[in-house]
Design a protein around this ligand. Sequence first.
Ligand code: ATR
Length: 261
Amino acid sequence: MSPNIHNALFENLNIDAKYEAIQIAKGQLREEIPSLLGRGCRGFNVTIPHKVDIISLLDELDPLAERIGAVNTVLVNNHKLIGYNTDGPGFLESLKQFDKLNINDAKVLIIGSGGAARAIVMTLAMNGGAKLTIANRTLSKAQELLMHSKTSGRAITLDEAESCLAQYDVIINTTSIGMSPQRDKTPLKLQNVKKDAYVCDIIYNPLQTLLLEEAKAKGCYVQNGVPMFIRQAALAFKLWTGRNPDLNQMNNIVYQNMLKK
Ligand code: ATR
């Protein structure tokens, strides 16, 4: 999806550049970077399994990426590599779609404690304001993430989250539960959710997870993973080119690609 999006934006904005997907085995990043730079690469994204390993290869690290402990975007500036994380900020920006939501006033439940949860928790924590609760199957991981975030939130089990769900204004699924092909699963039961809660899933395949389908049926506002995906890409594009891309064009490309599947 990323090559489709970035190449369409380059074309649209008349930027003479190309975004390519390259497969690099774990542990091989160090060997590959000189050849990337030799080919005139001005920036790149890194994904699993390189998001943490890239850090030791950078010349500079953005403070939020440092706090998250993972990098998804690298800017090459005068042969120096500068690392950023646009996943968390991309999610935070996606919440602006909900015009009545003030995230800094909200009680937020984050489900999961993996890499994606970490980016979102640290970004919300640095943004300040939001009261965070982290629910996870493995409670110790939620506790660890909470401690790292230096917020005064709570870490709870998925069972506890189910029973006190009515407290939360915003619920964010960061786990892969519900992702294709396991479309018939949800991370927790929604029987206690507030009618006007905001339920977000970072999954975009399927476009509507069972969690979002159930939330919608309960009268909640819902958001799938597309707005976050688009915005993390837009923030990376801005870092590389200095240009603000057209979010609608990006959205259309993602939907066209998803509907082809
Ligand atoms: P990512 O980096 O994409 O966020 P990850 O680090 O593998 O992925 O994290 C996956 C998250 O989904 C974890 O919070 C994991 O819970 P555990 O910490 O208990 O492993 C959660 N998860 C994955 N599958 C799950 C399942 N079947 N039930 C409950 N939680 C699950």
